[in-house]
Design a protein around this ligand. Structure first.
Ligand SMILES: [Zn+2]
Length: 506
């Protein structure tokens, strides 16, 4: 069904005000078919007309460029901890926690519903389907995205090496900790590559191109160069983004300090190590990039890789503040991500937009270097499109682009009174002004509710299934407590080690 948005303002970043109109926008098929006076003329007779009454603005759907759906049921579950200990609780490989396909479907749906309600139309999901990515569970995740109507690019985020290969300062490890460090990763490379084969064959390009595959190495220290190379081959063959967490924490930076115990890095940062392997390229999403130095930034810029910035997660886990201005100065493309419902703890991209507009103000730089709202929105839309390798197809409101659109009511509190579109998008909007969300030409949410699925029934079922899982979850968390002090000690040694830079604010 086609949709005619009448008497609306339209996002136009080249305009001083950030918008044009009032005018009309015709959505036909999965694209924006016309903008302007010709839109009414071109509309088919059975078009659905939505009157913007001169006080609604059409903006591109938000792009959540980095996300892990498997933690969608764990909002607010934990106190803040550094990544290295947070991950013990976040993604335990305990087979008792392996989701049924229905649980995986509902878990994925929780995030999709929240995104669509608040205007996020695209997500890149780096899904860790612990302990192993069973094809039925992959199908359940993808089916949830298919049914919800959101645009999704999904990778399988699985470590391939044991913990003992990933951390610095492991000398003297004994007891339970030594056993935890030796435990093999839950799935080996052949099994993971078979899962990718299933993902790509079954889902890449599905739902009219709305669903696609990516590959994920999780992080350089978590995989062998051989497995990584195989994923890079797959990425090149199908033009898939490569998800790679790099230098999120000071502990990861400490891996590059000689003598900390992981000899394969030979004093190199994880970014330099990646470049030396020949695996840093324009398909790579460098996720976080907090503890990067000038050499790392030059390498990222030279490769044309995109940085996925997750400022709320970086604060929640105490990771640090990414050098936003140094990246922009080098022309590095930045995209924005929620990261996870367990460390944001919403699946609402507007919070990330606002935080991007705030946190860099405490970087100690001159006020002229602080992010301008226009730069933040450029990261949200153009950066997000680039991360997904869909530049020019999403992230814009223009004839011929995918109709991934959000209709915002300028009479809602965030825009009342109206002062400045960009400033109010970045600092005021929280999803509360979203009147309608359209993905690939289909209205998927309106009036604060998702209309593509039975939201009420799905949420009720999710509450019931996750309540039933709670005792197993608590048993697993209790078992983590035994090794927690040893992992904490690693993080504390990294905190005391001179890594040649500071990304903390004090
Ligand atoms: Zn992540």
């Amino acid at each position: 069904m086609s949709v005619l948005l009448t008497d609306v303002l339209v996002w136009a970043p080249a305009e001083r005000s950030g918008m044009t109109g009032p005018t009309d926008v015709l959505v036909d098929g999965d694209v924006v078919a016309a903008i302007g006076p010709g839109a009414r003329v071109a509309a088919p007779v059975d078009v659905r007309v939505v009157d913007g009454a001169g006080h609604h603005v059409v903006v591109p759907g938000l792009v959540n460029a980095h996300f892990h759906s498997p933690a969608n049921h764990l909002k607010g579950a934990f106190r803040s901890r550094p990544l290295e200990t947070f991950m013990l609780y976040e993604s335990p490989a305990d087979p008792a926690l392996a989701p049924t396909p229905r649980e995986a479907y509902l878990r994925t749906m929780l995030g999709a519903l929240e995104m669509l309600r608040t205007g996020t139309t695209s997500v890149q999901d780096d899904a860790f389907l612990m302990p192993t990515p069973d094809p039925a569970v992959i199908d359940a995740v993808m089916q949830a995205y298919a049914d919800s109507g959101i645009r999704a690019t999904v990778a399988l985020d699985q470590p391939e090496l044991p913990d003992g290969d990933k951390l610095p300062f492991l000398d003297g490890a004994d007891g339970n900790f030594a056993a935890a460090l030796r435990a093999p990763a839950p799935a080996a490379a052949p099994e993971l590559l078979a899962a990718y084969d299933h993902l790509v064959r079954t889902w890449h390009g599905a739902a009219g191109g709305r669903l696609s595959a990516a590959v994920s190495i999780s992080a350089p220290q978590r995989v062998s160069p051989e497995y990584w190379g195989a994923l890079d081959d797959l990425s090149r063959a199908h033009d898939l983004p490569v998800f790679a967490h790099m230098l999120e924490t000071r502990t990861q930076r400490a891996l590059s300090v000689p003598g900390t115990g992981q000899d394969r890095f030979a004093g190199r940062s994880l970014v330099r190590y990646t470049a030396d392997l020949g695996l840093l390229n324009d398909r790579v999403n460098v996720i976080h990039a907090v503890w990067v130095d000038d050499d790392d930034l030059d390498l990222i810029a030279e490769a044309g890789a995109v940085v996925a910035h997750n400022p709320v997660s970086n604060l929640r886990l105490g990771s640090g503040v990414m050098p936003f201005r140094a990246m922009r100065d080098r022309g590095i493309t930045i995209a924005l991500g929620v990261d996870e419902a367990i460390c944001d703890d919403t699946v609402n991209t507007w919070g990330v937009v606002k935080q991007t507009g705030l946190v860099h103000n405490v970087s100690g730089r001159d006020a002229d270097d602080w992010p301008a709202p226009a730069e933040v929105l450029d990261a949200l839309w153009e950066g997000g499109a680039a991360a997904m390798r869909r530049t020019g197809r999403i992230g814009r409101v223009a004839v011929g682009t995918q109709a991934d659109l959000v209709l915002l009511d300028l009479h809602a509190p965030a825009f009342t009174p109206f002062n400045d579109l960009r400033g109010q998008l970045v600092y005021c909007e929280n999803g509360g002004s979203v009147r309608m969300t359209i993905v690939a030409g289909r209205v998927v949410a309106e009036g604060g509710r998702v209309v593509s699925v039975d939201e009420t029934a799905l949420l009720a079922e999710a509450r019931e299934l996750h309540a039933a899982r709670r005792p197993a979850l608590e048993r697993t968390w209790a078992s983590v407590d035994a090794v927690l002090p040893a992992y904490d000690a690693v993080v504390r040694r990294a905190a005391r080690t001179d890594v040649g830079m500071n990304r903390w604010t004090a």
